[in-house]
Design a protein around this ligand. Structure first.
Ligand SMILES: [Zn+2]
Length: 79
């Protein structure tokens, strides 16, 4: 898995709708990639803040905004 794939999977991982194989591939990548780790942590914290620590599904608008933010982050780094 490369960074682009990892970033694409992060929101799915945090949503909890991801199959185990993909999940372990992402975890392996996060362990060895500092950049993706930061994005993962930031996204996770954003979601936790939003949900006030409780687990419930994110509204689509919030999820879309997160996806956009992730994509923008990735694109600005890869230039
Ligand atoms: Zn990476």
């Amino acid at each position: 898995m490369n960074c682009k794939d990892a970033l694409r999977q992060i929101s799915g991982y945090l949503d909890g709708n991801m199959d185990d194989e993909l999940k372990s591939m992402l975890q392996v990548h996060l362990k060895c990639c500092h950049h993706c780790q930061i994005v993962f942590d930031t996204t996770k914290k954003t979601i936790e803040l939003y949900c006030d620590g409780k687990l419930f599904p994110l509204p689509n608008t919030v999820r879309e905004r997160l996806h956009d933010a992730l994509r923008a982050k990735w694109e600005s780094r890869s230039k």
